[in-house]
Ligand binder design. Structure first.
Ligand code: ADP
Ligand code: MG
Length: 393
């Protein structure tokens, strides 16, 4: 959809022109999986696809929500902003408006609004269509409600925190901040080396000459559910407790690989030991991947991605047959530098680095192998690394 087509869709929906238009991207995590809640870093980048929002004030003291992706429409009085039942999609927007008002006492919603969303991130694929929707809403309504922050970097971090709080309180998903952070702080042709605990981050240039980031969608109905996620959190906690008997730590990410070799025997629970081995290794791999990228060693970066998948498969046990089928087929293609699952696991997508001349073979071979093994059809997107949220007009 072009911006003109979006304007026309708004006019058709509401019978007048939109006043403003905004865009926020989805994201993909290149490496650093299941490190965030262990005090470690992640390395996501913003994508060129995401969510658009068009808005205009109305005279009605009502918020009207429509989306070109969803059949349901909502009209919520400004005086009755609260979570809506039945997993209503407007929660991802309404929550942001509520949280802006709570986090910023100076912020005022002075009128009703007509809103129209459009997204081209495949929903539910682990590329964060929900974070894109939250961040685009937070961007628009901080402006409309008069939140004043001159420091652009701090402002973007605040947008991410508003989006995360919305996801917690209105969608009931206790996510970390990575997705919203990438959507807010993304930068074209850069990835974000982010410590989710301290929110310190660095933009690292991703210079891929003759190589593309290819995202492969399992279309699997599985995903990392809260039970499996909570188990992993608990197992990591057990590892921290047992290590702390010989060497007090707060997070597994504090351990270097040398520390690990010295201390791993302190962990008596075999499952906790495997989980911790993934976390310690992944933290080191993520740091090494950032350094490799800075030195232009893309081949090594790719090897680290593949090693990340193996560790998530064997030690963290969050890949499952669909993600393994995609990654293992990708590794066989000449011209693939590396491939791994991205996101929480069990379903969603893989991310691969593929040489330009190998992309067609990649799609054909990986697609066929995947279908043979799982009976499902994969989808492939050649991703561009885009900017974070912005106002378009
Ligand atoms: P993802 O991995 O894509 O973030 P989620 O389940 O977290 O998956 O979020 C998907 C949900 O976000 C959708 O079911 C819908 O409620 C909401 N959503 C995302 N994009 C849009 C959109 N363009 N319009 C309306 N709702 C959307
Ligand atoms: Mg989401």
């Amino acid at each position: 959809m072009t911006t003109q087509e979006l304007q026309a869709a708004f006019e058709q929906a509401y019978g007048r022109k939109a006043e403003k238009m905004y865009f926020a991207p989805g994201r993909v995590n290149l490496i650093g999986e299941h490190t965030d809640y262990n005090g470690g870093c992640v390395f996501p980048c913003a994508l060129s696809f995401g969510a658009w929002l068009l808005i205009a004030k109305n005279g009605d003291q009502v918020l009207r929500f429509r989306s070109l992706n969803m059949p349901q429409e909502y009209a919520i009085p400004v005086s009755a902003i609260r979570p809506q039942p039945d997993r209503a999609w407007c929660n991802y927007a309404l929550g942001c408006i509520d949280i802006i008002a709570r986090r910023h006492p100076e912020a005022k919603l002075e009128s009703g609004y007509d809103l129209l969303y459009f997204g081209n991130v495949p929903a539910g694929a682990g590329l964060s269509s929900s974070a894109a929707m939250e961040v685009v809403t937070a961007r628009a309504f901080t402006e409309e409600m008069g939140v004043n922050m001159d420091n652009d970097k701090a402002y973007r971090t605040e947008l991410a925190l508003i989006g995360q709080a919305c996801e917690h309180e209105y969608a009931g998903v206790m996510c970390g901040v990575m997705d919203q952070f990438a959507s807010a702080q993304g930068k074209k042709d850069h990835a974000i080396y982010l410590n989710c605990d301290t929110l310190e981050f660095e933009h690292v240039p991703v210079k891929l000459e003759g190589i593309k980031v290819v995202i492969s969608n399992t279309h699997s109905p599985h995903h990392l559910d809260s039970g499996a996620y909570n188990d992993r959190v608990r197992q990591c906690h057990t590892a921290v407790e047992q290590i702390s008997k010989v060497h007090p730590i707060k997070h597994l990410a504090e351990l270097s690989e040398d520390d690990w070799r010295e201390m791993e025997s302190a962990i008596t629970d075999p499952i906790a030991k495997k989980r911790a081995r993934h976390v310690v290794g992944e933290v080191a791999r993520t740091a090494a991947a950032v350094e490799a990228l800075k030195r232009g060693e893309i081949a090594y970066f790719g090897e680290l991605m593949t090693a990340s998948h193996v560790s998530l498969r064997d030690d963290y046990e969050v890949t499952g047959p669909e993600l393994d089928a995609l990654a293992e087929a990708a590794w066989q293609v000449e011209g693939v530098l590396g491939s791994r699952m991205t996101g929480g696991g069990f379903g969603g997508c893989t991310v691969s680095l593929v040489k330009d001349e190998a992309i067609e073979t990649f799609k054909a071979f990986v697609g066929a192998e995947y279908e043979k093994k799982t009976g499902l059809k994969a989808d492939f997107y050649v991703a561009e690394i885009g900017d974070g949220v912005s106002r378009l007009c």
